[in-house]
Write a protein that binds this ligand. Structure first.
Ligand code: ATP
Length: 290
């Protein structure tokens, strides 16, 4: 049975069809990347899976059960956690506190047991603390050193991203949705985060769906790559298959490039295509529903 399954998922905003009939399957232990030019619907898909948006039609199943209509916190409870393109951390709290807070939904206590600090309450606190450190340890001294107790507002952008990933892991999730995990990272840091994502799967046992613009990261770790364009899935396969797919080349580089048979490895050019400002291409015919 697939861990996550999307069938015919549609979502429109006013007259704009943000996702059209999207099918997606994710098996346990896979790392799958979603790529596509700006405005292709990648973040919308994450928002649909995590219950921020409800699909207009279609079904989303997690471990065999439909999660359509569940609230985001209920979806976290089932085992799906995410990071955000624009980070959502409590900047006045420390790295450790941010990761501890993400486990609060699991705390089984009453107001009285918290005030009295009963043995049961303290045991749960200890377990949460251990789990937080275990997840933060994936990032090594970047977060585990003196940084553990630093408020998030003093951290670099890259360290904030790492903290968000540790926070998602600590929720107790089995499936992690990572939205541009390497954004704001230099090539050395990107290389490092690529290795960490692989370890999250291999050692942490997580299944991972990621949206990413850096093609070297996508090529390096993806078992499968799904390409969206104007809300539709236009290709799916290995990294090599999709970057050589004429529909993908056309989506990024235009019809001319596709006709010229530019089917070599497009890593650099694809990356350039991603740097277009959001919405730069305008809406194609057929996407606007009214
Ligand atoms: N809440 C919203 N209200 C109206 N339109 C939206 C909303 N969210 C997304 N859209 C539109 O839906 C389309 C898909 O947006 P989405 O953010 O999912 O794309 P994306 O692939 O994540 O883009 P990027 O790579 O720039 O982050 C865009 O045209 C966007 O403007």
């Amino acid at each position: 049975m697939a861990m996550l399954e999307l069938r015919g998922v549609n979502k429109a905003f006013g007259g704009l069809q943000a996702t059209t009939n999207v099918d997606l399957t994710l098996n346990e232990g896979e790392i799958v990347s979603i790529i596509g030019p700006n405005g292709a619907g990648k973040s919308t898909l994450f928002n649909l899976i995590t219950g921020v948006y409800r699909p207009d039609s279609g079904d989303i199943r997690f471990e065999g059960r439909s999660i359509v209509g569940l609230k985001p916190n209920q979806i976290v409870d089932l085992g799906i956690a995410r990071t955000f393109q624009n980070l959502r951390l409590f900047t006045n709290l420390s790295v450790l506190e941010n990761v501890l807070i993400s486990q609060h939904h699991k705390l089984r206590s009453t107001w009285l047991s918290a005030v009295l600090r009963t043995p049961g309450y303290r045991r749960q606190e200890r377990e949460m603390h251990e789990r937080a450190l275990q997840k933060l340890a994936f990032f090594g001294p970047r977060l585990m050193s003196f940084r553990l107790h630093q408020p998030v507002y003093v951290l670099s952008y890259a360290n904030r991203r790492r903290t968000e990933m540790a926070r998602a892991m600590a929720t107790g999730a089995k499936l992690l949705l990572l939205d541009e995990p390497s954004a704001g990272m230099n090539p050395k840091e990107t290389n490092e985060i690529t290795g960490i994502i692989r370890r999250m799967r291999d050692e942490g046992g997580y299944t991972i769906l990621l949206v990413e613009h850096k093609m070297n990261l996508v090529g390096e770790i993806s078992d499968r790559v799904v390409v969206l364009d104007y809300g539709q899935k236009i290709a799916e396969g290995s990294y090599k298959e999709v970057v050589n797919d004429p529909r993908v080349i056309e989506a990024y580089l235009g019809k001319k490039a596709a006709e010229e048979g530019k089917t070599a490895d497009l890593t650099d050019e694809l990356h350039t295509g991603f740097d277009e400002p959001s919405g730069a291409r305008g809406a194609p015919e057929g996407r606007v529903t009214r």
